[in-house]
Design a binder for this molecule. Structure first.
Ligand SMILES: [Zn+2]
Ligand SMILES: [Zn+2]
Length: 327
């Protein structure tokens, strides 16, 4: 099923219909457990931000990435942003739960589009869960698929508008963490769904120049648009600003999911002054995994060279001593 898309290059103004529909983020997200075997829990938590906007969180016990997914319901169709880290319906009843949340028309759930903030596996593994459902269109997560579906032919410039009926969603290219990353801005709630581009945790930089340019474009675009909250794909910080260890299935005292517009507007300066390896900020931590890996490899090579040099010296000294002994 192809849907009507209005590619609105640079021409989308602030929310035409006035005020954003308010919602609630008064929710305690499932924190996982120190021992998940001993503390079985529901694989999926569903929170209604408002009656037509749902936040779904995959339990840290089911997958340490503990992804947040978002369901936006319009009058003609619905949009699921990301399908999460789990492909096995026995472990993750995602499709069943999402289809239950959709309004029914003529006895069938509203048509659903499954799109992705970006193509990393923890955001699209659940695509398989929707394969057998007829009224679901899954958007390809690679760059060509994203450009074609949304009509973003001037990538990474320009924006597109996805029409859900009485609800529009603006789509902005934002490569840097992943080549096909996009941001979704919902006209109804003025929520900005940022995937792994901006979240309370590690912002993993793959391409620094692209990330900088994306942050600058996003800040420029949203300076004049309402943003009630920025909602990302994960939470990796606790209330004291400490990162949970990579792979942790327990998130005690997890900080709230939402960031404010200021965090988005602060991102360009944070990236401009980035040292290329690791930098802490109030709301996020910038990390360049490949640079850190290269530095680690260089340190390991230097350490090996030092050990080799020390061993050679020791061997020469011993040889000199034994030669003197023979004299
Ligand atoms: Zn990612
Ligand atoms: Zn992710």
């Amino acid at each position: 099923m192809r849907i009507p898309l209005l590619a609105a290059l640079l021409a989308i103004g602030p929310q035409a219909a006035g005020q954003a529909v308010p919602g609630s983020l008064d929710v305690h997200w499932n924190a996982g457990a120190p021992d998940c075997e001993a503390a079985p829990q529901a694989p999926l938590q569903v929170h209604a931000y408002e009656p037509r906007t749902f936040i779904l969180r995959q339990s840290p016990c089911v997958h340490f990435e503990a992804n947040f997914l978002y369901l936006l319901i319009g009058s003609e169709r619905a949009l699921l942003i990301d399908s999460g880290a789990i492909a096995d319906p026995e472990r993750m009843p995602l499709a069943q739960r999402v289809l239950e949340l959709l309004p029914r028309r003529d006895g069938a759930p509203l048509p659903l589009i499954v799109a992705h903030s970006h193509g990393h596996r923890d955001h699209r593994a659940g695509d398989a869960l929707f394969a057998s459902h007829g009224a679901v269109e899954v958007v390809a997560a690679d760059l060509e698929g994203v450009k074609a579906f949304f009509g973003l032919d001037r990538w990474p410039d320009g924006v597109a508008r996805l029409d859900l009926g009485d609800r529009g969603v603006t789509v902005l290219p934002a490569p840097g963490h992943h080549p096909a990353q996009v941001l979704f801005h919902d006209e109804r709630t003025a929520l900005l769904f940022s995937g792994d581009f901006l979240l309370p945790g590690r912002l993993l930089i793959d391409d620094t120049a692209a990330y900088r340019a994306s942050a600058a474009r996003a800040a420029e675009f949203f300076r004049d648009h309402p943003v009630t909250h920025v909602l990302g794909g994960h939470v990796e910080l606790d209330l004291d600003g400490r990162l949970f260890p990579h792979g942790a299935q327990h998130h005690p005292r997890e900080r709230p999911l939402q960031l404010d517009k200021q965090a988005l507007l602060a991102l360009p300066a944070a990236l401009e002054t980035f040292n290329g390896f690791h930098a802490r900020h109030d709301d996020f931590v910038l990390v360049h995994p490949m640079h850190n890996l290269a530095a680690l490899a260089a340190a390991a090579v230097a350490a090996l060279a030092l050990v080799g040099w020390a061993l050679r010296r020791l061997w020469r000294r011993r040889r000199a001593v034994s030669a003197r002994g023979r004299d």
